[in-house]
Every structure is written in structure tokens, then in C-alpha cells.
Design a binder for this molecule. Structure first.
Ligand code: ADP
Ligand code: MG
Length: 584
């Protein structure tokens, strides 16, 4: 095999040549203690930097089995190493040159520990993927700088961040223990009939709307009200006391600015494991909990929103509802139906991001606008049926309408960031002041119709490229010529998830979307492949910038594609209707 010495000499020989000659570097190099793989070489100094990998045998890296044997601990360890490497690259002296010369970069993790393609730890190897800007002066190869970068800086980084002996073993263990404890807490939720758990002492508020780290000084730690107090056990932290949010319908009420949305946001994020120091490490939520909100302007393709929206003006069907420009209420209805289709077991709703006419319709409005003039059946009349018919719980922030007291199982009041159980009082008030509303929800929630995506309604090509994907942040994705707005998909936390989702859509279309398979089945097949083969199955070569995502966010992204066309099994099997039926 080519050695690091060979690489060193080759780089010196390349010095001064035109940048394209770097292409010859692709390959694997033996550095003694590890292997360096150069997987992709950038075309010019300003292009996306070159993709490389280091693979250190576990016999050299020496991470104890206890850190990688359990999948959640291996992910935590990989997460830790990614953060260490990210930190360490800051102190590497950058070589001079044009464009991205000398830049070493790795994905920047959020506050969560996601399974990412950037790092992987097994019994055999520790692998880390990152990028390097191959140095140039103008468009000429800076060979000596490149040798410095690849043959000196990279081995230094490996030595300091991927070898167990040079790291803080206690900190790593705490990182892994934290993840394992969160998993343990989450796994106990169903047995306790809970949808979420918020540990006492948790720090929920964040530093700012654009900084997801915990609020530093003035944060008031979470303290559970006695009546909702639950004790869960976890393997490292022992007994953890906190507030259990029961299955069923839970209202979070309270004055403005008293911490309602902050609590809900922590619950939304509770589907992920958090890093130590985040403050939400012991806030856990059932893994299929979905935040749903209004999103006017989104497109909708063939969704049966009839449980919420009856016949629309001009006789527009709502059993197979499509629009390029949804209203607040129809978008929120579609978001809920789509979440259920994708397997949601709990809905998380905040009044701040809901359509008022979707949430409530009070006695006076019922009197003024008759039921037959109002297509919307408000959520208040459906939320109970969602639970009784389909077992789907709802956690709802609702400071603006006491009408919901009638349908709630649990009412939590946030008072100066402190939760109180006010269920009894809310029920007494509901008995004393009747809303006198007419119930509009009917006997049952209504049926759900699984959709089939027409595979050819997804076109990832652009110009002469058969697949063109672009995802730079968590809010936007481009597939082929189509931009998808993800700003209302609130539980995406890293751009790597969006990149992986983009690749997964192409993968799903190629391998799992048929004209017969419902969307949920196609998505389940993709997730099963990722579980079995890893994120690498989504890309042609090894990529370092992908992160795992839930089936729910994959579905949400597909559903927002504006070219999407759908059918249903029943519409396929129904006998074709003659265009002009003969009179009998
Ligand atoms: P609400 O939804 O009830 O109107 P928010 O949840 O938006 O209120 O919180 C209002 C403000 O209070 C936010 O700036 C938030 O960061 C801050 N905050 C929330 N919880 C706490 C807490 N436990 N300690 C300190 N500040 C908090
Ligand atoms: Mg709020």
C-alpha cells in the first residue's frame, strides 16, 4: 500500500503544477497507526473542499468495549469524537493560500447526539470523516503546504482526538452514560402511560432564538408539581424524579411569558438525546411525537383532511385535497393527518403557531356562522377522538381558550416558569361556567386513507445532472429544480439530517416507491435499510455530512414537495367510471 512517505513525496512533486493534478491523490495511504483515505478531490481551490477519512484500528485507538458495545453508547462516543475533532481543528494553524487552502472541517453538531456519518466506532475501527481544502497559490498546487497539512496536521489531530489514551476518559464515559440514561428514561414512558418526562432540575430555556445552548444565569430549574411527580430509574443516574406528562390530552396553560412554549419546545426536542450540560438530558418524549402547526402557503397533495374540513366553497373535495397554497387551517389539518399517516403517536401543538379558527369555535361564533357555512371542525372537537379511536395523545399549549378544559385530561399551569397541576380547578371551572358550545366532531374521528406517491412526480434531475441535491441549513432543501421549505418542520436540528433526507428521497424513489406501496411502507423500507446498512447506503461514496432522521421528518419533507402527485389503493381498484353515465 502507498505510505504516508509516498504521499509526502508525491505532494512535493506536485508543487507548482496546475490544480487538477491533485486528482491523482485519490486513494488510500498507510500512515502506520491509521489509514488515510482521500475519497474525493476538489476541482479547484474555491470548490467544496476535498473529502477524506481516517480509519484507526481499535487495537491502536484503544476505546474500551464499555464505550461502544451498546448502539446508543457507540453513537454517543462517535458524537464526542466529532466534537473533539471539531474543537481541535480550531487550533490547527491554517496554511496560507487561495480559496479554501488549508481548511480542515467537520460537521458542527447541535445540542443533540445524532447518529452521523462523520464518525463511527466499532470493535474493529474508529473512523472519522472530514474535509480538507487542498492548498494552492492562485490555481497552482501548493505541494509543500499540502504535505504539511496531510502528513503533519492530520496525524497530529488523529493522535489528539482519536486515541483513547490522549482523551479524558471520565468525560467520554459521562457522555455515553448520559445517552444511555436518556434512552432508558424514554423506554420507560409507555409502561408509565406517559408521553413525556421532564426531570427536576432540568434547564429548559435557551440562550436566544438563534443559540440553542442553555440560558446561563437566570434560568429557573424545572420543578415538578407533586401530583404529576414520577420516579424513573436509569442505569447510571439512578432514580430520577420529575414530571410525567400522561397519555391523553394535556393542556399547558398560564400567563404570557411564563414559559409555556419553552416547556413544549423541550418536549419536542425530547425525541433526541442531548449532550451533558445541555440542561435537557433528562427531558424525554416518546420517539414518535410530532410537532404540528399551521403553515399557510404550503402545498398539499391528495390528503384526506375531511375529519377536520368538510366541503369547501365551490364544492372542492377534502377527501383528496390538493392545493399549491394552503390556508392556515387546511395546512394545520394536513400536517396532522400526514403526521398520523407517518406513524405519529403524540401531537405537540402550540397556540403560538396554530390557526385560531382551526383550534376553536366558540358558542357565539357557532350562533353567528351556522355549521353548514363553516367547513372547519375545530381541533377541540376532534382531539378526544384522536385518542380514543387511534391512541394518539396531544400536548397542547393553550393560554387563550378555556373551552379546552372540557376535553383535557391534565391541565398544567406555568406560573413564573414553575409548573402546577391545575386539573381539578380547571374541571371545577368548566362545570361552573359552561361553554354551551355545540359539539361538532360527530361520532368518530373519521377514516384515514393511506396515500401512494406517484414515483415519477419526484424528479431529482437538473440540467444534465441526473441527481442534484442541495441542503445548506435545516430550513431549506433543493431536489432537482424544486425548493422545499422546511421551516415549519420544527423537529429537524441539523443540516446533516436534511442532506440525508434529500438522499433518502432519491433512494426511496429508486428502490421503494412503487405504484402500489403506500408512502408509510416506502419510508419504513428506507429506514430499515439505514438501520441495517448505515447512512452510507444513501450515497454513492462515503460522505461525512449526513445525520440520521426520523421517518416522520422524511415523510414531512416528501409531503412538502410541490410536484408531488398521489393516488390511493381504493382509487386504483375502483372500476373506471364512464365520463357520461347513461340514464337508467
Ligand atoms: P410563553 O409561551 O408562556 O409566552 P415562553 O416559553 O416563550 O413563554 O418564555 C418566555 C421567556 O422566558 C423566554 O425568553 C424564555 O427563554 C424564558 N424562560 C422560559 N423558561 C424559563 C425558565 N425556566 N427560567 C428562565 N427563563 C425562562
Ligand atoms: Mg408561547
Amino acid at each position: 500500500m502507498t505510505t504516508s512517505n509516498d504521499l509526502h513525496n508525491q505532494l512535493h512533486r506536485l508543487d507548482g503544477q496546475s490544480y487538477g493534478a491533485y486528482k491523482a491523490l485519490r486513494g488510500e495511504y498507510d500512515f502506520g497507526n491509521f489509514a488515510l483515505h482521500i475519497d474525493h478531490v476538489q476541482g479547484d481551490p474555491f470548490a467544496a473542499p476535498s473529502r477524506v477519512r481516517v480509519v484507526v484500528p481499535q487495537v491502536v485507538a484503544g476505546f474500551p468495549k464499555s464505550l461502544w458495545e451498546l448502539p446508543c453508547r457507540a453513537i454517543a462516543l462517535a458524537d464526542y469524537l466529532t466534537r473533539e475533532f471539531d474543537q481541535a481543528t480550531q487550533s490547527v494553524q491554517r496554511t496560507s493560500g487561495s480559496g479554501k487552502s488549508g481548511l480542515i472541517g467537520i460537521v458542527h453538531p447541535s445540542q443533540t447526539m445524532l447518529n452521523r456519518s462523520a464518525a463511527r466506532v466499532t470493535g474493529e475501527v474508529v473512523e472519522l470523516r472530514f474535509t480538507v481544502g487542498l492548498p494552492a497559490f492562485g490555481r497552482r498546487i501548493a505541494g509543500r503546504q499540502a504535505a504539511e497539512l496531510l502528513c503533519r496536521s492530520v496525524p497530529e489531530l488523529v493522535k489528539h482526538t482519536l486515541i483513547y489514551g490522549s482523551l479524558d476518559g471520565g468525560k467520554i464515559q459521562h457522555h455515553a452514560d448520559t445517552a444511555e440514561d436518556a434512552e432508558a428514561l424514554r423506554s420507560q414512558l409507555p409502561a408509565h402511560n406517559l408521553v413525556a418526562f421532564v426531570a427536576d432540575g432540568a434547564i429548559l430555556p435557551r440562550r436566544s432564538g438563534v443559540d440553542d445552548r442553555p440560558l446561563a444565569d437566570q434560568a429557573i430549574p424545572f420543578e415538578s408539581p407533586k401530583s404529576l411527580r414520577v420516579t424513573l430509574r436509569c442505569p447510571h443516574g439512578g432514580e430520577i424524579i420529575g414530571m410525567g406528562i400522561p397519555q391523553g390530552i394535556t393542556l399547558i396553560v398560564g400567563g404570557g411569558y411564563h414559559g409555556k412554549s419553552t416547556l413544549l419546545r423541550a418536549i419536542e426536542m425530547g425525541v433526541y438525546n442531548h449532550v451533558p450540560g445541555d440542561g435537557r438530558q433528562q427531558v424525554v418524549t416518546v420517539s414518535a411525537a410530532v410537532k404540528v402547526r399551521a403553515e399557510d402557503g404550503r402545498s398539499i397533495a391528495g390528503v384526506d383532511i375531511s375529519p377536520f374540513i368538510g366541503s369547501l366553497p365551490q364544492g372542492k373535495s377534502t377527501q383528496n385535497f390538493s392545493t399549491p397554497n394552503a390556508s392556515g387551517s387546511t395546512s394545520q389539518a394536513a400536517n396532522i393527518i400526514e403526521a398520523i399517516e407517518a406513524g405519529a403517536t403524540a401531537l405537540l401543538v402550540d397556540e403560538d403557531t396554530s390557526a385560531t379558527n382551526f383550534m376553536i369555535r366558540d358558542r357565539r361564533m357557532q350562533a353567528l356562522i351556522a355549521k353548514d357555512r363553516e367547513p372547519i371542525t375545530p381541533f377541540i372537537d376532534k382531539v378526544r377522538q384522536l385518542f380514543t379511536d387511534y391512541g394518539i395523545s396531544t400536548v397542547l399549549v393553550m393560554g387563550g381558550s378555556g373551552d379546552y378544559f372540557d376535553v383535557a385530561d391534565t391541565v398544567i399551569a406555568m406560573d413564573e416558569f414553575c409548573p402546577q397541576d391545575v386539573t381539578e380547578r380547571a374541571k371545577a371551572i368548566a362545570a361552573e361556567f359552561k361553554t354551551e358550545r355545540d359539539r361538532e366532531g360527530g361520532q368518530a374521528f373519521g377514516s384515514l386513507t393511506p396515500r401512494i406517491i406517484q414515483p415519477d412526480s419526484i424528479d431529482p434531475s437538473q440540467g444534465n445532472r441526473s441527481v442534484k441535491l442541495r441542503a445548506r441549513d435545516v430550513d431549506q432543501l433543493q431536489i432537482g429544480a424544486e425548493a422545499i421549505d422546511l421551516s415549519a418542520v420544527d423537529q429537524l436540528v441539523e443540516s446533516g439530517q436534511v442532506r440525508a433526507i434529500a438522499a433518502a428521497i432519491v433512494y426511496a424513489q429508486r428502490y421503494h416507491m412503487t405504484t402500489k406501496s403506500p408512502l408509510a411502507e416506502a419510508i419504513a423500507a428506507v429506514i430499515a435499510d439505514i438501520d441495517q446498512y448505515g447512512l452510507d447506503c444513501l450515497s454513492e461514496g462515503p460522505m461525512g455530512d449526513l445525520a440520521c432522521f426520523r421517518s416522520l421528518e422524511l415523510a414531512a419533507t416528501i409531503n412538502r414537495l410541490r410536484t408531488l402527485k398521489t393516488t390511493t389503493l381504493t382509487s386504483q381498484t375502483a372500476a373506471p367510471q364512464p365520463a357520461n353515465p347513461k340514464p337508467a
